[in-house]
Structures are given as structure tokens and as C-alpha cells.
Design a protein around this ligand. Structure first.
Ligand code: F6R
Length: 264
């Protein structure tokens, strides 16, 4: 795992965008794993801008989102289907037939989870997985005690996550209590993982996930086992990391990061 500390949330998002753009240009058929949430909004705004102004093409890309709320149809304004339409898909040239999210309103949820896993496999697996991190340390909606080998399945949302996200619902009491989420094991199979966390509110959970023990109580800690995972944080989210000086030294000195230093 590598940790890159950037000065501001905008600089952190910018670095993530540059890494995505690099991989997409190198492999136009990239299989991209997508996250939703407030942190990603800035990333999708910038990707849309790069599409408009610099010709970044999504024409050959295939996308798989991490999760969707159980019970919400794709047309629901609070669904992650709608989030992706609003924040990314309608602003870029992705072929909508190549964009995939779990169907939260499927009549047979177990079959839907199985279908989703198979579809990822059929596309050759995820090349680049984007992640945020929740207050519980979840990635996707892998709440505490998610098995480190878990696959796509229905997960009950924790009270902390319900508190984190219910304000995004017009009527907070209508926020679904369950979601379909890729499992921790599914996420760990992505060839590369990029996690973005910004703001002081994430500092404690980022430190636990990155520097604490690997535990199913904090799903993001499983990323310590991934061979190619980069955690990008702003100063505020980095504040509780013990190894800040070391992480900064690596970013400032290792040749692989040379093309990306100007974003900081
Ligand atoms: C969303 C997702 C979640 C979020 C996390 C952070 O698809 O999988 O894990 O990434 O809850 O959300 P924000 O960015 O709103 O703090």
C-alpha cells in the first residue's frame, strides 16, 4: 500500500483523476470500478471536464459500480444509478450498455448478486477500482464484520452509515436499511485500487485502516493485503497517520510519481 498526501481535497481529487486518465488512455477498454458518495463528486466533475476539454474518451470503457440500495429502482432520485447518470455518465461518451450497477429492486436479490459477480468475471475482472471510505471503515457497503473473502451480497447498513447518508434523502427516514455491495474479496481482486479520502472527519478511520491491524471490523484495512493499492488523502484526512513523513518522502522521491508531482 502507498499513501499520497496532497495539500487540499481538490489536489487529492486531481491526482486521482490523473491516474484514472493515464490508465484509460493506456487501455481504452479499461474495466473501471466506480464508487459514489460526496468525495467522488469532485472526481467525476473533473473527469467530465477532461472529456469535454481534453478529449478523454470513455467510449470503450466498461464500468461496474460498487453498490446500490436495496429496494430503489434505477429511476429513484436517491439511487446510485441516478447518481452515476447525474455526476458522470451523461457528461461523457461512455456507452450506457457498458455501465453496470447492481439492481437494487431485483425480485431475487441472491440471484442478482450472483449475476453481478459473474458479469464482472465475464468482463475479465476489474482493472482499476475507485473507492471512498465510510465512517465505519467500509469500502463499498462492507460494514463491520464483513468477511475479508466476501463476494457481492446484500448487507445491512450500520447505524453509523445510516446517519452518514440519510441526510442525502429528501425524507431521511426513507433511506433503505440494506444495500447490494461488492464484497471485500471482490474488491481485492481488482488489479489496481485507488482510495480517496478527504476532510478531518476521515482522519481517524484512515489511520486505523492504513496503519492499524487488518480486521473485518474495518473493511478498508483489508486493502493492506492488496499488491497495488494507493490511498490518496488531503492534509486533513492524513492528520492522524503516524508515517506521514515517510509517505511524503516516497511521493517526492520515487521516480514512478514524478509525472504526478505537479498536481500537489
Ligand atoms: C459508495 C460507497 C461508499 C462511500 C463511502 C464514503 O458507492 O461505496 O463506500 O465511498 O461511504 O462516502 P462519502 O464520500 O460520501 O464520505
Amino acid at each position: 500500500m502507498e499513501v499520497i498526501i496532497q495539500s487540499t481535497p481538490a489536489a487529492a481529487a486531481e491526482l486521482l483523476v490523473r491516474l484514472i486518465a493515464h490508465d484509460l488512455r493506456a487501455n481504452p477498454q479499461l474495466v473501471l470500478g466506480l464508487a459514489t458518495g460526496r468525495t467522488m463528486e469532485r472526481v467525476y466533475d473533473r473527469l467530465a471536464q477532461m472529456h469535454r476539454e481534453c478529449g478523454l474518451s470513455f467510449a470503450g470503457a466498461r464500468t461496474f459500480n460498487l453498490d446500490e440500495y436495496v429496494g430503489l429502482p434505477a429511476t429513484d432520485p436517491h439511487s446510485y444509478h441516478r447518481y452515476m447518470q447525474e455526476h458522470l455518465f451523461r457528461h461523457v461518451n461512455v456507452d450506457l450498455r457498458n455501465t453496470h450497477l447492481p439492481q437494487g429492486d431485483a425480485s431475487d436479490l441472491a440471484a442478482e448478486c450472483h449475476r453481478y459477480e459473474n458479469l464482472i468475471r465475464k468482463c475479465g475482472g476489474i482493472d482499476l477500482q475507485l473507492l471512498g471510505i465510510g465512517q465505519t471503515g467500509h469500502i463499498g457497503f462492507n460494514e463491520p464484520l464483513s468477511a475479508l473473502h466476501s463476494r457481492t451480497r446484500v448487507k445491512a447498513l450500520s447505524p453509523v452509515t445510516i446517519a452518514q447518508n440519510s441526510s442525502l434523502f429528501a425524507d431521511p427516514s426513507k433511506m433503505p436499511r440494506r444495500a447490494i455491495t461488492m464484497g471485500v474479496g471482490t474488491i481485492l481482486e481488482a488489479r489496481r485500487v485507488l482510495l480517496l479520502a478527504t476532510g478531518a472527519g476521515k482522519a481517524e478511520i484512515v489511520a486505523k485502516a492504513v496503519e492499524g491491524p487488518i480486521t473485518s471490523m474495518i473493511s478498508a484495512s483489508a486493502l493492506q493485503m492488496h499488491a497495488h493499492c494507493t490511498v490518496i488523502v488531503d492534509e486533513a484526512a492524513a492528520a492522524k497517520l503516524q508515517g506521514q513523513d515517510y509517505y511524503r518522502w516516497i511521493f517526492a522521491n520515487e521516480p514512478e510519481w514524478e509525472p504526478y508531482r505537479s498536481a500537489s
